[in-house]
Design a protein around this ligand. Structure first.
Ligand code: BG6
Ligand code: MG
Length: 237
C-alpha cells in the first residue's frame, strides 16, 4: 500500500456515508423503477443513462432521462409540469413498493462493519443521501438510530454534484469540512465531496470516477475491500 493511501484518513474526525449503493443495494431498485415507468411511456432508457442517475435527485434524474432520450434516440415528446410530476411520482411509487422487501439482509457486504469500525474508534458517523426515502430505507435496514447525523433529500435545495448536502452534514456535526471524509458510489457525490473540500472515498470501478473533479482520494471496488484496507492501516482503537 502506498504511503499516501496509508495516511489519507489522517486528521479525519467524521465519516459521511452515502446510502444507495454504499450501505445498501437500492441503486438497482431505483433503476428498475425508472425503467418500468420509462417502458410504460415508451421513453428510451439505456444502461449508460441509468449510470448517470446515481446520486442525483428524483427531478434531476427525470430531466437526464428525457434529455438523453431526445439526444440519443430522437424522442421528441414533451411533458407538461403536471405530467412531469406524475412521472416522478409513478417512479417513486414503484420504488417504494419494492422497499417493502428490504431487510437487514440488504446491507452490502462489509458496510455495517465499516461503520462499526469508525464508530468504535470515536469517529462521528453520518449519512448524506439525496433520497427522500433515506430514513425509510435506514429503518428497514434497522440502522436508523446508528448515525450522529442524517441529512436526506427532503433537506436540500441543490442536488449532488452541488456540495450542499455534505456541507449541511458537517455543519450539523459541528466539524469542519476538511476533517470529514465521504464514502460515495456516485461520480456526482464524489464531485460534491471534492467541492466541499472533504476527503473523497469512491466505491465502485475506476472508470466510474473519470472527470477532473470526480477523482477520488481513495477508491475501492466495494465496501468489503474498504474494510480490508481499514484493517491494514490499523487506525488506533
Ligand atoms: C440517490 C440515488 O441516493 O437518491 C438516486 O442514488 C436517486 O438514484 C436519489 O434518484 C433520489 O431518491 P428518491 O428516493 O428521493 O427518489
Ligand atoms: Mg449512491
Amino acid at each position: 500500500m502506498g504511503i499516501l493511501m496509508k495516511f489519507a484518513l489522517k486528521n479525519i474526525k467524521a465519516i459521511i456515508f452515502d446510502l444507495d449503493g454504499v450501505i445498501t443495494d437500492t441503486s438497482d431498485l431505483h433503476t428498475k423503477a425508472w425503467k418500468k415507468m420509462a417502458d410504460e411511456e415508451k421513453i428510451p432508457f439505456d444502461n449508460e443513462t441509468s449510470e448517470k442517475l446515481r446520486g442525483v435527485s428524483r427531478q434531476k434524474s427525470l430531466e437526464i432521462i428525457l434529455e438523453d432520450a431526445k439526444n440519443k434516440y430522437g424522442f421528441t415528446k414533451t411533458f407538461t409540469d403536471e405530467q412531469f410530476k406524475e412521472l416522478m411520482e409513478r417512479k417513486n411509487n414503484y420504488y417504494v413498493e419494492n422497499l417493502y422487501f428490504i431487510t437487514p439482509k440488504n446491507l452490502l457486504e462489509g458496510a455495517k462493519d465499516v461503520i462499526d469500525f469508525f464508530k468504535s474508534r470515536g469517529y462521528k458517523v453520518a449519512v448524506g443521501s439525496s433520497s427522500k426515502n433515506a430514513r425509510l430505507v435506514l429503518k428497514k435496514l434497522e440502522i436508523e438510530n446508528y448515525f450522529d447525523v442524517v441529512i436526506d433529500g427532503t433537506e436540500i435545495v441543490y442536488s449532488k454534484p452541488h456540495p450542499e448536502i455534505f456541507q449541511k452534514v458537517a455543519d450539523k456535526l459541528g466539524i469542519s469540512c476538511e476533517k470529514c471524509a465521504v464514502v460515495e458510489d456516485a461520480a456526482s457525490g464524489i464531485e460534491s465531496a471534492n467541492t466541499a473540500g472533504m476527503v473523497s472515498i469512491g466505491i465502485g470501478q475506476e472508470d466510474r470516477f473519470k472527470k477532473e473533479n470526480q477523482i477520488t482520494k481513495l477508491r475501492f471496488d466495494n465496501m468489503k475491500d474498504f474494510l480490508i484496507y481499514l484493517y491494514d492501516i490499523s487506525l488506533p482503537k
